[in-house]
Design a protein around this ligand. Structure first.
Ligand code: FAD
Length: 366
């Protein structure tokens, strides 16, 4: 039976970042159940490099977002991944929202993000023509990235280090044995077993399902998962924006904001809807809700140019309140060599390279 050092479950941005990082020192296989890498959340998001403004002080999200942002910009430069530090405008429509922006500045500073600044009405009009707001903040270090090229660059790094990305291969189950695991995989209908010393579960929306297939983990040790779909409308035609435009954040996300992709295409989203199964179906009847949300900050938006686009699903750990990334190793679940990542919602793309470094540190400390 083949033995490898580390098996990573899942080839999204996080699993691939972990694979690329660990492959510098270890033999790594990254297995992916889909035909291609990154078919789930990593290709169904806003492709924004977040600055690290919103997350509670000392949270894993704050730490990994701020560290990950710096690593990601550097990685894009080193590997030629398309990226633009466009900056974003966060708008407030009334006094209560201005207070939220004031809190955001303080929160950002606590998170180590000290480059936010207020925009005068003149600056607001220059940075965000046609946008109406009582006040606006500018975040210069927010950017956009080509997430597909980013993941491709990680596969390149992994393979350069003699690591392997294996598509069409599903993790089925694992049994802890002395110094590692016996793992059952299904590759295009054929089941086979290998052994590994370390097992990293970066399964995104499927992480809890995978954890339940690892012998020795009880149901009580696995956090619940709640799927929260967010869909986007694209805006066909010309638009006046050069920066991303955000409202103040809302309970489950950052609000229906305007992002521009590297091709200059404007899109709005994501909204929030809790669903029972992983289902990427979109609902064009949300048009009115989107239109109203966008009109609050862009009254001239042309409704006829809004077209339903795609949806992504957030792996929420709870249905209300702030939640953090969960990374569990032996010190928490008691199984040597196993690391589970749960709830890697936004800003997981931004944070991915920092998360990978922390997984390396956990393995090195074993
Ligand atoms: C609507 C939305 C907008 C977002 N916007 C942003 C943003 O602008 N900026 C940002 O930083 N973050 C954003 N995020 C968050 C970010 O997209 C995710 O945190 C990140 O992509 C998660 O990556 P992942 O690798 O953990 O998960 P995924 O990309 O879902 O990858 C997990 C992979 O594991 C595979 N897998 C699972 N189980 C198995 C198994 N048993 N065997 C083999 N393979 C398996 C899956 O097929 C999948 O490909 C957004 C998320 C959503 C939903």
């Amino acid at each position: 039976m083949e033995h490898i050092d580390t098996l990573v479950i899942g080839a999204g941005a996080v699993g691939l970042s972990i694979g690329a990082q660990l492959s510098q020192q270890r033999e790594v296989f990254v297995v992916e159940q889909g035909k291609h890498f990154g078919e789930h959340t990593s290709s169904r998001n806003s492709e924004v490099i977040h600055a690290g403004i919103y997350y509670p002080s000392d949270s894993a999200k704050a730490r990994h977002c701020v560290a990950g942002k710096a690593l990601l910009y550097q990685h894009c430069e080193d590997y030629g991944v398309p990226v633009k530090m466009l900056g974003k405008v966060i708008t407030a429509q009334n006094d209560a929202e201005i207070q939220t922006l004031e809190k955001l500045i303080l929160q950002a500073e606590q998170n180590g993000v000290d480059d936010l600044y207020w925009l005068s009405q003149v600056e607001l009009q220059q940075k965000a023509p046609q946008i109406t707001a009582k006040a606006g903040l500018f975040s210069p270090s927010t950017g956009i990235i080509d997430s597909h090229q980013f993941m491709l660059s990680l596969i390149g790094q992994l393979e350069h280090n003699q690591g392997h990305f294996v598509a069409n291969t599903q993790f089925i189950s694992a049994t802890p044995v002395q110094r590692g695991f016996l793992v059952t995989l299904n590759c295009e209908g054929q089941t086979f077993t290998l052994s590994c010393t370390h097992l990293i579960n970066a399964g995104g929306l499927f992480a809890q399902h995978n954890a339940a297939k690892i012998e020795g983990l009880s149901g009580a040790q696995i956090p619940p998962i709640h799927y929260c779909r967010g869909q986007y409308f694209s805006y066909q035609g010309a638009h006046p924006f050069k920066h991303l435009i955000y409202p103040v954040p809302e309970q489950h996300g950052l609000g229906i904001h305007a992002t521009i992709d590297l091709a200059g295409q404007l899109r709005f989203g994501p909204d929030t809807q809790f669903i029972d199964t992983i289902d990427y179906a979109t609902d064009s009847s949300a048009l009115n809700t989107f239109y109203q949300a966008i009109q609050r900050y862009w009254p001239q938006v042309d409704k006829s140019k809004l077209h339903i686009d795609y949806a992504g699903i957030r792996p929420k750990l709870q249905t209300s309140g702030a939640q953090d990334f969960i990374i569990e190793n032996q010190s928490i679940h008691g199984i040597a060599g196993l690391i589970n990542l749960y709830g890697i919602e936004s800003p997981g793309l931004t944070a991915s390279l920092s998360l990978a470094q922390s997984i390396q540190a956990l393995l090195d400390a074993e």
